[in-house]
Every structure is written in structure tokens, then in C-alpha cells.
Design a protein around this ligand. Sequence first.
Ligand code: FRU
Length: 547
Amino acid sequence: LEDGTDHSNRPLIHLTPDKGWMNDPNGLWYDAKDELWHAYYQYYPEVAHWGRPLAWGHSVSSDLTIWNDTGVAIRPHRNDSGAYSGSMVIDYNNTSGFFNGSVDPRQRVIAMWTFDSPGSETQHISYSVDGGYTFIDYEQNPVLDINESNFRDPKVTWHEETSKWIVTIAHSQKFEILIYSSPDMKDWTLESSFSHSGFLAFQYECPGLVKVPVVKASNNDYVPANLTYPNSTTYNSSYFNTTFSQGDELEEAWVMFLSVNPGGPLGGSVNEYFIGDFNGTHFTPFTPQTRFVDFGKDFYAFQTFFNTPNGKDVIGLAWASNWQYCEAVPTRSWRSSMSIARNFTIQEYAPNPESVELNLNSMPVYDRESLIANQSRITTHNRTLEKNSAIHLNLSNNGTGVFDFNLTWSLNSSVYTNSDVAEFSLYLIGSDNSEEYLRIGYEGNSGAFFLDRGHSDVDFVSRNPFFTDKLSTYLEPYETLENGLNSYKVYGIVDRNLIELFFNDGSEAMTNLFFFSDGNYINEVDIRTSIDHCYNIEELSIQQLGI
Ligand code: FRU
């Protein structure tokens, strides 16, 4: 292998291709008959670089944890072209006429994707009669052609109230999300355009519209919350003429996802969202804010699964990379992984003491139980940190490079001044070479959680000008403890070259790649602080995971 980090850094519990190049997730759907999750993706199998002909690769998983690569599912009919991003639906009622009784209604899948050829982007559909492994192109493709070269990434959903298919497609460089409807996936009518919203960057990509349950904060049982709308002055804006009246109960809302690249605020790619209402033709956001799905550098082209086991959960995943450096990351035979799948809800949260906002909340979904057998776990609690005595924790020596952790801390803000850097850090240190470590922590004056992925001997990390090493995100307190101090929470998953952080039960997330030398898996954690008696570790547990 040309590069030492190739195989030892390949994630175990994230979707990666066996070989070749992968970008956006496509066509995500859940097969209720075989109880199988299907994920497709932008795929160039020949070498680990983006290239044409670009196909859809395919992987399946029974638990969103272990993925099996099943090879190419959809390919363009020309070598100078690409089967660009798109989505899949299950046509239970055979609205398309593609299916007969031999295909179980739960497996009647139709893909809608962009055929990109030199100078042109049009929308095609293909269907499968073998449960999503092979596809037949519709004879009368394209089903949508508006004579444009930047018109792509159809994400289809079913709109119950009007009994129609709805698709969102990026008219990328016009900053428009075009919304079309169809009775049969073949004939499409333009209904509206949601345009110039959010942070524009260079262009719009991969939009998506989905209905998301509204739940009470810290209640993950999907019990509809008793939120009334609008219930704080923040929502009283008549700017967008929302259809809700005072006192209406809000049980679900529509979320429009959008990816923009290049030119995101952290550099490169970024995923945005808007919370609002959709009436079957028009999407109306509740507020004019630009919001971000993830505050890390490696979360892009997010999409949701069509169908989930209980039919109402919203589960999705993203490509865990960034167009700024995705082709340069130090893996050779395969490139890129997906994020862990996440479950989405809308919850209220208080970004500051005077506002309550609706917020997209996400927590990871994977089969953690199956990964903890015979694996070691370390815990510590109620430890007040002191400057001169670091806490050392050792994971077992036969580490797999995969673990998760739960950390809750409290902050005593009376013991430092404005000019102090009042931080505590977890140093996540490599087993073979302790010069390689990830540093994560929190600083009181800035109110932010930080991550530093720059301590590595891997050339790419120090040389690549876009592989930003220090990242941070503002974090609101989780709760106030009996002693009057504010506490904060983070749940983290580390899988070889990927760290995903979920703050305060999912009110914020941060996904970032990192690279250490071959086989240098994290197996030691040091906790240090810059200020005496400022931080108390209420709880830290670290669980090694293995397959
Ligand atoms: C987003 C994207 C899509 C396009 C695909 C091509 O990452 O640029 O807009 O369909 O990748 O691979």
C-alpha cells in the first residue's frame, strides 16, 4: 500500500466502499419485508478518486452498524457521464405501473436521479424488481428536462394530504430549490420555487423535504409534545405569514435540507436546514434563520431514508467528508465514509436565556449493544479538576480504534477572570505513538466546545491547507445542578478516523475526520485543566466497541 493509513484507518461501524471512490448518499430506503436498510452512493469503483462514468454503489445493513458492499446498482449509459445524486421511493400502490403482483409492495422501489452528461443535467427514473439490487431504466427517460446544465439531486417524498409524489431539485447556480409534484413519478408539474434562502455559498446541492416529529426536549419516546405555536415572542414574526395561529398544537413540522458548496462558513461544504410548513405545493419557513445541521467540517449531502421501521421516525445520514480535501485524505484503495445514521426530531431549546427556539435535534442510531460484548469500559465521576494533577485513564491494550463516551461536566465560572483561558481538555492519545492525539474540551469565557485534530505525524494533516485542525462550537448549558452550577453534556463516537460529537442530548452535533499513523489507535485519555476547581467531571464513561 502506498499509504500506511489505508486499512487500519478504515472505519468498522460506518459505511465505506470496499474499494474506489464514494461521495453523496443516494436512494436511502428501508425494506420492511427483509428488514434491511439500503444505502446507495455516488461511486467510482475503478480508483479512489471522483471520476466518470460515475455510478451508484450499493450497501445493505440490517442494523445501521455493519454494512455490506453489494457493488454497482445503477450506471449511466454513457462513459462520459454520471448517474448523479438522487433518491428512492417505495411505490406501494404501483402509481407508476412498473410493478405487477410478483413484486412485494414493500419492495417496489423507484430511483430518481440526475443524468449528468457534458453540458446537460436531466432527471431519470429507474425501478427494481429484485428488491433494490438491479435497476431497469424507464424507456421514456428523461422525466424532467428544463434545458439546464445545473439542475440536479432529486429527493422524492410522498405527500399524504394531496396523494402526490413531491420532488425537490436544486437549480444549483440560480439558488433555487424547485418543487414539482406528480401522480406517477413520470409526469412532473412545477409547483413552486424556494429560492435564495439561507447561506448561499457558490451553489445549492442535494435539497430534501421531510416531515419531522416535534417532541418535548429530553423525551425521546416520540410522544407528541404539548408545544403550542407560537409560544414565544421569537415565533411572532409575521414576516413569513405562517399558517399557524396562536395556541395551535405543533406535532410535526417540515424540514427543508440543503447542501451548499464551495464557500461554506468553515470552508468548503456545509449542510443547512429550515423548519417550516409545506402545503403540498409551497414550503414556508417559520423564521428567516440560516441553520446548520452539523458544526463540524465533515458532514455533507445529507439525506433521509424513505420509510423507517415504525413509518414515522426520520433517519438519515451524510457523507462524512468535505469537497475541499476529500480526494487528498490519506486512504488509497477506498475513499470516504458516511456518517453514522441519526434519528431526527424537532425540539425546543434555549440558545440564550431570553429565547426559546425550535431546533433540529439528532442522536445516532446504531446497534451499540452488539458492539460492547467482551469490550472494556472505564468510568469516573465527581472529579474536580486541578491544574497540577491530570487524570489518566487507560483503555485496554487490544483496542480496535472504536469506542464511545459519555461526558458530563459542570462549570464554576466564579473562579476565573475574563482574561483567563479557562479550559479543560480530554487528550485522546494513540497507543503506539503518544505524539498523536486528539484534543477535545470546553472553555468558559468563549462558552464553546473545541476539537483539535492537528497533532498527527500523517503528512496530509500538517500539509493540507484546508484540513482545518482547530474547530469549535458554542454550547448552551444543558441544565443547572442543585449546587447552582451549569452542566453540559457530550456523547461521542470514535471510529478509527472519524469522531462524531452529540451535545446536550443532540441539540447540536459535530462530525470531523482525523488521521493518525497506521494502527495507532487511541487507548489513553488524559484530562487536564488550566484553572483549579473550575470544572467538575460529573460523569465520564468510555466504552470500547468491537465487532
Ligand atoms: C454533491 C454533488 C451533487 C452531485 C454529485 C456528483 O456532493 O456535487 O450535486 O449530484 O455530488 O457526484
